[in-house]
Design a protein around this ligand. Structure first.
Ligand code: DGJ
Length: 731
């Protein structure tokens, strides 16, 4: 058993892996939070709630108790208007215009396994015994709204997932103004707030700062999880590093507008809240209707950030990603985007594919520009028909030729978008998100299709599925290249317009569910101008994501390091591209480009026909070496050793589950005169084992590699250097 309920004390004790989470129902039905942290065998109230009369903290039941105030109470489902002034989890407008609610415990049940969330992606189980779920029902008499709080505990992982279903069981029509998924109250604020922020081309940079009184938040209002902020936050104790210290991670399984925040109050407690962004959101709930909030995946680690990341990696790799590719080694690909952009024909494509095949590459991906009359980004999105000027014999013929070269064939789509210059838009000008009589703002010359509408979703699904059925396609890159503006739907009444952005996500999830499950032999990679929608919601449908449009090896150190805080290596597309790099104009060595890209799902994105013989030889070796270590890279445990955010050097390593094999990568960006000697301490090896270093033949103990470290050879000189050591247990 992993969830215990003590009736006499009205406590719930959830044990997940090496963690405990404790709640209690107190004083006429308030659900309070008592503890979250390292596992406790039995909770006996050593940190029981304390009550005292505080100035300006009101009392819901003053005649009974002046010391009881929601303002000072750590809660699981805080609401507004009944003495708590901190951020509420839910806010509802009643027919009389008021927004006060007063939720109290009603009942609960505990069951084996985990339920699915209707219409939304979520983590799952394969066997009932993997997890246990607690459902707590709260009820608000004022509105008739029921809140069903779901807590799932994975037995062998320090993971608790939370979500909420709101059910209108009353007689009046309600307007949800705020419907977050989780709120956790910590007893103190002695934490640092960690977020993954950035921009196009520099996604998921790690930022860390102390908490201060007030609200610190990250959010997206862009209609996508976004390059700018990722739906993740962690609170880390100030001493927590990669190996040691308490860290609490919160990751939202959602791809649209989100809010993640920590509020420090007057008593120096901290409240974390996360869910759909209440900004420009509301949802009408008629009597009998319900609303499902997305899932928050909460991870506790007492082994610092490294421990938290490995817990997320394992969970997201095996119990969020789905389909036959989940556990399969991912193919090495060549993508023609940076090689040709829109300027290609069938011969050019065949020549790149042929060059790739000679180098041992396994998959050719035809990127943007194969449909409509798309010679630039001004046209044709929505017209998913082959451009016969470029591919006169069609996709089937091209794909078959590529397959005859012993490679798989993959194709790019951007199904959620429409160009004004397209037949689709000319025929259906109301199919895009828009507000009547308002201007339609464009971005990359395109508009966003209104996926909140069923008819639009059905039509797009058909177009995509027709193409996928027309040729032997085994990989799809699903792109999305702008954010939403003028968010409104021609199909929704006035009082439901603010539902559009969330309805869009529900429509998108339905479309992706249909397409991905109809073509299980296709590996889907999501993309949004690189990593603009690198989130757990997308990973549920597509097990990998194009990490960033920035393919520069130096920039990629930060992008991939930051991304690894939450997302498994098997989810990160990483390509070797040309120099000077197309995004930052930098000249890096082919070796470093290869070693950085081989730290993810390796691919190439350059005109392979233009490689010199020496370069071809080097790429052949990169490809051959990657095939030897790829299962370790994609499915091993990942350890961050030196941070690119801290300086000129980066190091990380991959260790297989049995600790019999590892790969350690060291990167140095710039050389310096009289640089200090450097040794890198390995993590995650078995201290009792000895390892043979494949490159040198030396045999060294795991203990020595971890405690003394591995010397970076002093003769490594020049800018943009990388060194990789492949370790195998010595016989
Ligand atoms: C943005 C993607 O991130 C690129 O890789 C490429 O597919 C372009 N879109 C094509 O328009």
């Amino acid at each position: 058993m992993t969830i215990y309920y003590h009736d006499s004390q009205k406590t719930f004790h959830l044990q997940a892996g090496d963690s405990s989470y404790v709640m209690q129902v107190v004083n006429k039905g308030f659900l309070t939070h008592l503890y979250w942290g390292k596992k406790i065998k039995e909770y006996r109230f050593a940190n029981r709630l304390q009550f005292t009369d505080r100035a300006f903290s009101g009392n819901p039941h003053p005649s009974e108790n002046r010391t009881f105030s929601l303002d000072t109470l750590p809660q699981e489902f805080p609401v507004y208007g009944t003495t708590d002034y901190r951020a509420p989890i839910v806010q509802v407008q009643l027919e009389n215009g008021t927004t006060i609610t007063d939720f109290r415990y009603d009942s609960h049940r505990i069951f084996k396994g985990k339920s699915e969330l209707e219409g939304l992606p979520s983590t799952y189980i394969e066997e009932e015994a993997e997890a246990e779920t607690l459902e707590i029902m709260l009820y608000d008499e004022l509105s008739g709204l029921k809140a069903v709080l779901l807590y799932t505990v994975y037995n062998d992982r320090s993971v608790i997932t939370r979500s909420i279903r709101l059910v209108n069981s009353g007689r009046q029509s309600l307007q949800l103004l705020r419907a977050l998924s989780a709120s956790v109250d910590f007893r103190d604020n002695d934490f640092e707030f960690i977020q993954l922020s950035g921009a196009w081309g520099k996604e998921r940079e790690i930022e860390r700062h102390s908490l201060r009184q007030g609200i610190q938040s990250i959010e997206s209002r862009r209609g996508a999880s976004s390059h700018q902020q990722n739906p993740f936050l962690a609170l880390a104790r100030k001493n927590a590093d990669e190996q040691y210290g308490d860290v609490y991670g919160f990751s939202l399984v959602y791809s649209g507008n989100f809010l993640a925040q920590a509020e420090v109050d007057q008593f120096h407690t901290a409240r974390v809240s996360m869910g759909i962004n209440p900004f420009d959101f509301s949802w009408k709930l008629e009597p009998g209707d319900s609303f499902q909030c997305p899932e928050v995946v909460m991870v506790y680690s007492h082994e610092g950030l490294g421990g938290m990341s490995r817990t997320y990696h394992d969970l997201y790799r095996h119990r969020l990603a789905r389909g036959p590719f989940r556990d399969r080694e991912r193919p090495i690909l060549i993508n023609n985007w940076e090689a040709t952009y829109f300027d290609f024909n069938a011969d050019k494509i065949e020549s790149i594919a042929a060059a790739g095949s000679e180098l041992g590459i396994e998959l050719f991906v035809l990127d943007d520009g194969w449909f409509g009359h798309r010679d630039d980004d001004k046209t044709s999105l929505g017209d998913w028909f082959v451009d016969e000027r470029k591919l006169p014999n069609g996709l089937d013929d091209l794909a078959s030729r590529v397959r005859n070269m012993n490679m798989e064939f993959g194709l790019w789509f951007e199904p959620e978008m429409v160009s004004v210059d397209s037949d689709l838009y000319r025929n259906h000008p109301d199919w895009c998100l828009h507000v009547p009589s308002a201007n339609r703002s464009e971005s990359r010359n395109q508009l966003v299709l209104d996926f909140s509408r069923d008819d639009v979703c059905i039509a797009v699904t058909k177009m995509v599925m027709d193409i996928l059925s027309s040729a032997p396609i085994t990989y799809v890159k699903w792109d999305m290249n702008r954010h939403m503006t003028e968010i409104g739907s021609a199909r929704l009444p006035a009082d439901r317009q603010r539902e559009t952005a969330h309805r869009y996500m529900l429509g998108l999830y339905r479309v992706m569910e249909k397409i991905t499950t109809s073509f299980p032999h296709i590996l889907f990679e999501s993309c949004s101008g690189g990593g603009g929608r690198f989130d757990p919601g997308m990973l549920y449908y597509m097990p990998q994501t194009w990490t960033s449009d920035n393919t520069d090896a130096v920039s990629r150190l930060k992008v991939q390091y930051g991304t690894s805080l939450v997302y498994p290596i098997s989810s990160m597309g990483a390509h070797v591209s040309d120099v000077p790099n197309h995004q930052v104009n930098r000249l890096t060595s082919l070796q470093m480009r290869g070693d950085v890209a081989a730290s993810g799902n390796l691919g190439y994105e350059l005109d392979l026909t233009k490689l010199t013989d020496e370069e071809k030889e080097e790429v052949t070796q990169q490809v051959a070496q990657y095939k030897k270590i790829r299962s370790l890279i994609q499915f091993g445990d990942f350890y961050r050793l030196l941070s690119p955010f801290a300086g000129n050097e980066t190091a990380w390593m991959f260790v297989n589950k049995k600790k019999t094999e590892a790969v350690l990568c060291y990167f140095r960006v710039l050389d310096a005169p009289n640089a200090p000697f450097r040794s890198v301490k390995a993590h995650g090896l078995d201290s009792g084992k000895t390892y043979r270093i494949q490159e040198t033949g030396e045999i060294v103990g795991g203990d020595e590699l971890m405690y003394a470290g591995m010397d970076v050879p002093a003769d490594v000189s020049g800018d943009f250097q990388s060194v990789v050591w492949h370790l195998k247990e010595a016989e």
